[in-house]
Design a protein around this ligand. Sequence first.
Ligand code: AMP
Length: 589
Amino acid sequence: MSTFQTLGLGEAVLQAVDAMGFVTPSEVQEKAIPILLENDTDIVALAQTGTGKTAAFGFPLIEKIDPSNKKTQGLILSPTRELCLQIASEIKNYSQFIPSLHSVAVYGGASISDQARQIKRGAQIIVATPGRMQDMINRGMVDISQINYCVLDEADEMLNMGFFEDIKAILSHTPDEKSTWLFSATMPKEVSIIAKKFMSNPVEITVGTKNSSNKNVKHEYYIVAARDRYPALKRLADANPNIFSVIFCRTKRDTQSVAEKLIEDGYNAAAIHGDLSQNQRDLVMKSFRNRQIQMLVATDVAARGIDVNDITHVINYQLPDDIETYNHRSGRTGRAGKEGTSVVITTKSDARRIKSIERTLKTTFEKKNVPTGEEICKTQLFNLAEKIEKTEINDEVDQYLPEINSHLEHLSKEELIKKLVTVEFTRFHNYYKKMRDIQPMDESGRSDRGESSNDGSTRYFINVGEKDGFDWMSLKDLLKDTLNLGSDVVNRVDVKDKFSFFNTPSEHTDAVLAAFEDIFLDERKVNIEVSENRGGGGRDRKRRGGGGDRGRFSKGGGNSRGNYKGDRSRNSSSSNSGGRDRRKRRDRY
Ligand code: AMP
């Protein structure tokens, strides 16, 4: 494996590499830097954003520039203002030990005369967006007639954004004998045309395979009914308490409305789209970089150039029209060697497009179920425990401790811990105990959480519910106690008004049914059945172990009903009223 020293970089750049804390060259750096240092060649490099491509062209460019000559020698074109600023700041870092090397960022929405003044003072490297560059050329504010190097960064994005004519015009002002370095995440036809038209015998390097996705990004999808799109997003956020994400919507209106809903629901969220002024967008991006915003809802255009490391999740609130856009979206995560997740929330009609994305990007998507309220509460609880464990003690609290201790000293350690975690936990618990879980669907739109669900679990119907004083947690506790099959056996407890559902691994089905043969709740026999539950409504239950035999329900005389009595079992006498599903049961009981 190469090191930065063996790549052939000079002392000043190596010093900067050290100062920035880069230890090993990334793949694109390893491949591109030696070629660019050794030859004055054109190059086409296929590399995703986040792979270290800025240094892959930035380091050799700095090495090639003559800092004692003030004229502009290198031009970097990039699609957006954000990316332009990002590249300019990276170049400044790379050249921090070469004081006479100056770079200037040139982009729209800022004073053109200020930028022209900076160039006039001497800028060996200009980093520019195509529109502003054209403008400056037309006004005679910049001279690029003697540049030796031109970098087209994120060429596919620049062409996507309709900059072909601008690029052509800008290149016409540059000398023919310069070297052109083209970096692109994908290689659509338009990029090949640029390569053919404006470059001579470019060396081609590819990081990963062509049109492939970043290996550090895991792809997941959730099939939901259209009305569940937003609730699914919310659940994903709640199931990932430390989420730092970009959520992509197709339209400005959706972007705005999803962000507003998230804000209303108490998340640190904001929207970024073309209807915001440049100033507003800058503010949003600043807050996002500072992590004051955890969920940034964006259109594809506005998100171009979002160059923030450590994004944990990219969420496709809707799938984009084309695969390249999907690739760009997911490229916002898994940067700089970190792992990331690209999530698709889709309806069944769009789900078939996942297959073609898999084929084109040569990757696989994992189909997942939207987390249940129970799973979310559990995650939040453990996250809270971890947060408490990792909290650094602030000694400033010492002065208040005697008084606090005297308030709390009657509590045991166990009680204290329980109360501490309950404070936060109750918020989620109260919310989710009221919410219907989102039923997972398969590509045909059927619920796939049933008897033979492909996760190897069995779903049961049980004739006790909220009316009997249960929420999912108390019911789960009771089920666990009654079944006595271990702590992780009961899951996906979904408590309805007068009945509930839960899952266990299928290997326990017989034991579960047997355990409830003789259980009563007050005077009522507790009935448990394997649920097919395909429609998600508790119909179509299939009885097992003779469960259809009315006589069986009275068998055992209720001696063991003590299992289900006590303060959880209030109001059980009213449990026979209700709609269609309940009517069947009323007949039975
Ligand atoms: P880029 O693909 O150029 O946008 O780079 C993504 C991020 O990775 C930037 O924040 C770089 O500073 C960082 N980076 C680039 N190369 C390396 C490296 N060899 N080691 C560690 N970080 C790097």
